[in-house]
Design a protein around this ligand. Structure first.
Ligand SMILES: NC(=O)c1ccc[n+]([C@@H]2O[C@H](COP(=O)([O-])OP(=O)(O)OC[C@H]3O[C@@H](n4cnc5c(N)ncnc54)[C@H](O)[C@@H]3O)[C@@H](O)[C@H]2O)c1
Length: 367
């Protein structure tokens, strides 16, 4: 496909597609927005005006059967990911799918096996791997600058309203709450930094019923967690601690919330913060944590036309997901993170649920 553009379809024209997938497509001259699919006709009309020319359809089956589409981005409610992904994979399309890949580890593993068997590129939209300070932290760790990795620590707090969370609050539609929505990203980047998680002891809790919509209408109460936490051991012998919540009052911060992820090695420590993703905190033994700008080579992928000085730092690195998908397609290599990473994170998340249900440590199954 040397001289052709990668033709991408968006399946699910909701919040996250508008927030960063479509801007990512518009920014990358190597691809085009070829089609948009959503069963909500009113939203589809709105997107036509906002996103411009493309095929617009309410049926994903039409996208999966369309030979003029090279790749799809699936950004629909979690319970639909599996069927849509399997149909598009069967149609020979490359697939980026939002996290969590499925509503269980079994679904996610099935999606990975299907993509692998068909030989299409597969990618899980684990956004925070693309943050400049996360990429630099990974470089520091893997180059040995922090010494032997010992501890991983993650906190992700949102201050969301206590009204209905829509499809996200029902087990059949979402799979789990904060654990699948937020903590799963942190499980993913922890495994990217520290290697596979071996065993977990976890807990989840639902504090608020969310039995009213934003307009005050009654609705069925939430069935999923709004707080999730785990401690875990990595195969390497390192240990980790994670906590996430959607109910952390005072942490709204214009919708960005609070995030802190830290690695402590035998020589030094380093911290990534979503609120300040172009800066990193680093401290060496006997010293103090000091903040510095991430070096230019980690600000964006090599070759990307994105100007890191433009836009809100906590938003614009998200455009790099599309850049990675398109690069993998053009270069004929695996996209990173793949469905294998999506499935292994979900194996850890499901082990957290099992651990809490059975009140014991659980070993994470391997694919
Ligand atoms: N990676 C991230 O940082 C990030 C951020 C937000 C959301 N997400 C994930 O993205 C997905 C979507 O989240 P959202 O916030 O955009 O949700 P949303 O509810 O705003 O949008 C989902 C859209 O999918 C549409 N849809 C439902 N069934 C469909 C089908 N069969 N075919 C096509 N479209 C269908 C809905 O009509 C809706 O417009 C979820 O899996 C969520 O976990 C990821």
């Amino acid at each position: 496909m040397a001289n052709e553009k990668v033709r991408i379809a968006i399946i699910g024209a909701g919040l996250v597609s508008d927030f960063h997938h479509v801007p990512g497509i518009k920014l990358d001259p190597r691809c085009d927005l070829a089609a948009v699919c959503d069963p909500n006709e009113q939203l589809l009309d709105q997107r036509k005006k906002e996103w411009g020319p493309a095929k617009y359809t309410t049926k994903y089956e039409e996208i999966a059967a369309d030979r003029d589409i090279d790749a799809v981005i699936i950004a629909t409610p979690n319970f639909t990911h599996r069927d849509i992904a399997l149909a598009c994979i069967e149609g020979g399309q490359h697939v980026m799918c939002e996290k969590p890949l499925g509503v269980s580890y079994e679904e996610a593993a099935e999606m990975y096996q299907a993509a692998k068997a068909k030989g299409v590129r597969h990618m899980t939209a684990f956004t925070y791997r693309f943050a400049p300070s996360m990429k630099y932290l990974s470089h520091l760790l893997k180059s040995g600058a922090l010494g032997e990795p010992r501890h991983f620590r993650s906190q992700r707090f949102l201050d969301l309203p206590e009204t209905s969370w829509g499809w996200r609050q029902y087990k059949k539609l979402a799979g789990a709450g904060d654990l699948y929505d937020m903590t799963i990203h942190r499980i993913d980047f922890a495994q990217d930094l520290m290697g596979p998680i071996q065993s977990v002891c976890g807990a989840v809790k639902t504090f608020v019923p969310r039995d009213k919509t934003v307009d005050g209408k009654p609705c069925a109460p939430s069935e999923v967690d709004d707080w999730s936490a785990l401690i875990g051991t990595f195969k390497s012998g390192a240990v980790g601690v994670w906590e996430g919540s959607t109910l952390m009052k005072g942490h709204h911060n214009n919708g960005v919330g609070f995030e802190w992820a830290e690695v402590n090695g035998s020589e030094g420590s380093a911290v990534y913060q979503l609120v300040d993703p172009n800066y990193i905190l680093v401290g060496k033994h006997g010293g103090t944590m000091e903040k510095s700008l991430v070096p230019a080579e980690f600000m964006k992928p090599a070759g990307s036309p994105r100007n890191p000085a433009e836009g809100k730092p906590s938003t614009v690195f998200r455009y790099d997901l599309v850049y990675e998908l398109v690069s993998a397609i053009i270069e004929g290599r695996d996209a990173v993170p793949g469905f294998d990473d999506g499935a292994s994170s979900q194996a850890v998340a499901d082990a957290v649920l099992q651990s809490y249900a059975e009140r014991r440590w659980v070993d994470v199954p391997t694919m």
